[in-house]
Design a protein. Structure first.
Length: 610
């Protein structure tokens, strides 16, 4: 079942409750809240509180309240997630989950795998990902190859775009202007009827930016960026058993950069690219057995310009997937499926690719209302290196209504990318997959006043890491284990009727086979946020981030503390004006050695619905 169906069902239940009240029918308790659903923690949807793996959920309201330009800036405030960027908007960026970099993180947009097969490692670059079309994000942590195959050792980031969840037609618009001559605009329209739903969003950002090479090193010119993105989705219920649908997106990004060595040079280099993807699907319920068939394709076309020379890269992915599931009884859910995918890469004087065929299955067992068990298995066969088998075991136990204990253990792998295998300059054709295993154990406590606390300990080991060798100028397999382990603490609590405090702390201990700490992974990250209502029509938010213990180019970087603030005011019942200040105290800092970061920046805008 798609997210749009679940959200629509929630709306329908609300309407039915109102109808029942009008007719005098029995209703749920006044404080009854529908359980939150996860679509990605298992092969089938499930209640969020019944999953063994840790899942972070981000809503559209939370993204609007925070208001940051780049999606990475918001995700980096979640426990266990960090981000680095080679400058401002549109520059190369990396998201890390529990210390594991982008090549270990699967990224999906409306079910479309958006990782770039032409990149050095198959990974998604989120540096130009805007938030104007996002309705919901699920971040699934830990080894998830049993569900999602290669590149899911660290976890999965699943993004769902805006959809029509209410009957009728709704329009939304946002206009914003701010520091660095930054202009942002977004418009969306959604419409739905008894059997159909359509959604369309277009957004654009243009900024003069700041210098990619840090201004503290004498670099004074601006490095700007421009991006335009369009998203379209729709579905149609042919009858009560069959639903067909489609989703697609297109984005063009242009960003000025400062070459590979910003400390040494400051030129007019650039990165330009187009990313597009689409997915069509059909869901059919045949007498209680659910079937889903989907075809997806994504294409990346980018050009990197250094010192007057332009290097083109093309990446393509096509995948056909079937999924089936059945509820044998209220206690047992079985799911199964198969997939065929082809990933291709052109660039660097190379034209290469490979095919992967997959089969997977999952069994979920709920012996009682307090315990959930799940076993997931997967077998992938790659045309280059052969077969890999992965598995995952998850448990969630609720000894009472206020406590949840979670445990999750799984294996995973990362296939060498076409670039690592076949690059004319650096490829090594006999590379084999990196393998991994990891687990977590956690506890969550809820309180009568609405407060929650959560603690999770995690551990992962990646074996036979693939890395570039400056001795041979080729990619090589590094024998031994790369370890990442630590603890995440998070919680939130109302302070009174108008104030709410939330925060998280992550400690991550990493070690490469040579005993050195993984670079660009902060050991300690603290995030705090205070949200409050100033009046019935106005609100404020105050956020703090502190990071320390980050190593880059063999040396530890200085720790830093950032403070952001925002305020918004309801101009009318359908429009809201807002003001946001990033890096309020103008902290001078770096997350990558030699690369610039934003100073104090002020943004003002208006959101409207009609």
């Amino acid at each position: 079942m798609q997210l749009r169906h679940l959200l629509a069902a929630s709306t329908a239940l609300t309407a039915l409750a109102g109808l029942a009240a009008a007719q005098g029918a029995a209703l749920p308790p006044a404080d009854y809240v529908l359980p939150e659903i996860t679509l990605y923690a298992y092969q089938t949807e499930a209640e969020l509180g019944r999953t063994g793996a840790t899942v972070e959920v981000v809503t559209q309201e939370e993204l609007q309240r925070d208001g940051t330009l780049r999606l990475t800036d918001y995700l980096a405030t979640l426990p266990g997630i960090s981000a680095t960027a080679n400058g401002g908007f549109g520059t190369q960026s990396t998201l890390r989950i529990r210390g594991l970099a982008g090549q270990y993180v699967k990224v999906l947009v409306d079910g479309i795998d958006v990782s770039d097969p032409s990149s050095t490692q198959i990974r998604f670059d989120p540096g130009a990902m805007m938030t104007g079309d996002i309705a919901r994000i699920e971040v699934l942590k830990g080894a998830q190859s049993a569900l999602y195959g290669s590149e899911a050792i660290g976890g999965v980031i699943a993004i769902s775009t805006l959809d029509a969840t209410e009957p009728g037609t709704r329009q939304r618009a946002t206009l914003e202007y701010g520091s660095y001559n930054t202009k942002r605009a977004a418009y969306s329209i959604t419409t739905s009827g008894e059997r159909h739903a359509l959604a369309f969003t277009v957004q654009h950002l243009d900024t003069d930016g700041f210098s990619v090479a840090d201004e503290a090193d004498g670099n004074r010119e601006d490095d700007g960026a421009r991006a335009t993105r369009a998203t379209l989705s729709g579905r149609y219920d042919v009858n009560d058993a069959l639903t067909i649908g489609a989703a697609g997106f297109w984005q063009k990004t242009e960003a000025e950069t400062d070459g590979d060595f910003p400390v040494l040079e400051d030129g007019a280099d650039a990165s330009n690219g187009i990313l597009r993807g689409g997915r069509i699907y059909a869901d059919y319920d045949a007498g209680g057995i659910r079937h889903g068939l989907a075809l997806q394709r994504s294409e990346t076309s980018r050009q990197e310009t250094y010192d007057g020379f332009t290097y083109p890269f093309e990446g393509e992915r096509t995948e056909l997937e079937y999924k089936g599931s059945v509820d044998l009884n209220p206690q047992v859910v079985l799911a199964w499926g198969a997939a065929h995918s082809r990933e291709e890469f052109q660039g660097d004087s190379t034209d290469a690719g490979y095919i992967t065929n997959s089969a997977f299955a999952e069994a979920r067992y709920t012996p009682n209302d307090r315990l959930d068990l799940a076993l997931s298995l997967r077998h992938d066969h790659n045309s280059q290196f052969g077969s890999e088998a992965t598995g995952r075991l998850a448990l969630a136990w609720r000894p009472d209504d206020n406590w949840t204990l979670r445990a999750n253990w799984g294996t995973g792998y990362r296939a060498p990318s076409p670039y690592e295998l076949y690059s004319f300059w650096a490829g090594t054709p006999d590379l084999t997959p990196e393998t991994a295993k990891g687990g977590e154990i956690g506890v969550e406590r809820s309180f009568a006043n609405g407060a929650t606390l959560r603690a999770t300990a995690f551990h992962s080991v990646v074996t036979d890491l693939i890395d570039y060798s400056y001795a041979t100028f080729h990619y090589e397999q590094i024998p031994g284990d790369t370890r990442s382990q630590g603890i995440e603490l998070s919680g939130e609590t109302p302070l009174n009727d108008r104030l709410r405090l939330s925060g998280n702390f992550t400690y991550t201990d990493t070690e490469r086979p040579d005993g050195q700490q993984l670079e660009r992974v902060p050991e300690r990250v603290l995030n705090l946020r205070l949200d409050g209502d100033i009046s019935d029509r106005s609100r404020f938010g105050l956020g703090l981030t502190h990071a320390s213990g980050l190593v880059d180019r063999g040396a530890e970087m200085p720790s830093y503390t950032l403070v952001d603030a925002s305020v918004e005011y309801d101009l009318t019942g359908r429009s809201t004006g807002y003001l946001r200040v990033e890096n309020l105290f103008d902290q001078d800092y770096q997350v990558l050695r030699g690369y610039g970061t934003s100073g104090r920046a002020l943004f003002a805008g208006i959101r409207a619905e009609f």
